[in-house]
Design a binder for this molecule. Sequence first.
Ligand SMILES: [Fe+2]
Ligand SMILES: [Fe+2]
Length: 248
Amino acid sequence: MSWDSFVIVGDTHGDMIDLKARKAFFAFCDEFKPTKRIHLGDWVDLRAWRRGASSADQADSMQKDYDAGLDFLKKFNADIAIVGNHDYRLWLTARDGRGPMRDYAKRIIEDVKVEMDAIGCRLIPYGIHKGFYELGKVRNGGYYCNHGYKSGIHAIVGEARHWNRSISGHIHAVGTYVDAAKEARSAHTVGTLARLDMDYAIGNEGTARHENAWGMGWENTKTGAVEFRHVRKIGKEWMYSDTIKGVR
Ligand SMILES: [Fe+2]
Ligand SMILES: [Fe+2]
């Protein structure tokens, strides 16, 4: 058997995670037992450090958020954790923050590295140049897993054009795009495990399509081909199929 299973989750957003989606996700992992476990980024929310954050948000302790984010990555036993734009605020603060905040951010980054080393997780930096993980072989039907760098309703098309083959998060919506002119060019977005009623999203109509979902599939360890599936909530349950079979 040359197909290894994988699970891909993104946008868990620390203490803003939806507890029902979290529970279902870990129940899925226990059943499916994926060989490879990938987090696409935004494992913390860091709303307090967002530019333009309200004073209430700034006062909000980040410890709970950080603990929830790290707890998720450890329980998930992630093999790959990509830095998302929310997580990247840590690196920005470590570089540009004032006095004690800068030292604090540096300490947290060190802590993240130690914790990820302990579970054997590879940390992938933020940004279009280095911020991706090649799942399988892209030239044979694999994908560049990345946080996602586009927003708006055409985000997924933009990801496909940039990466050619892409699995990303960031827009918190589920989607698949296949380029009609170039069928091998395709992109998927996996949804989010974060709450769908987050305060800063409430006035933005684009958030209406946010969905608690994740991705799964199989990677052919000989050819590098990848078969990707969405796991979405239908009624009260998240539905998936756990086998892959071939015919000739
Ligand atoms: Fe996000
Ligand atoms: Fe994001």
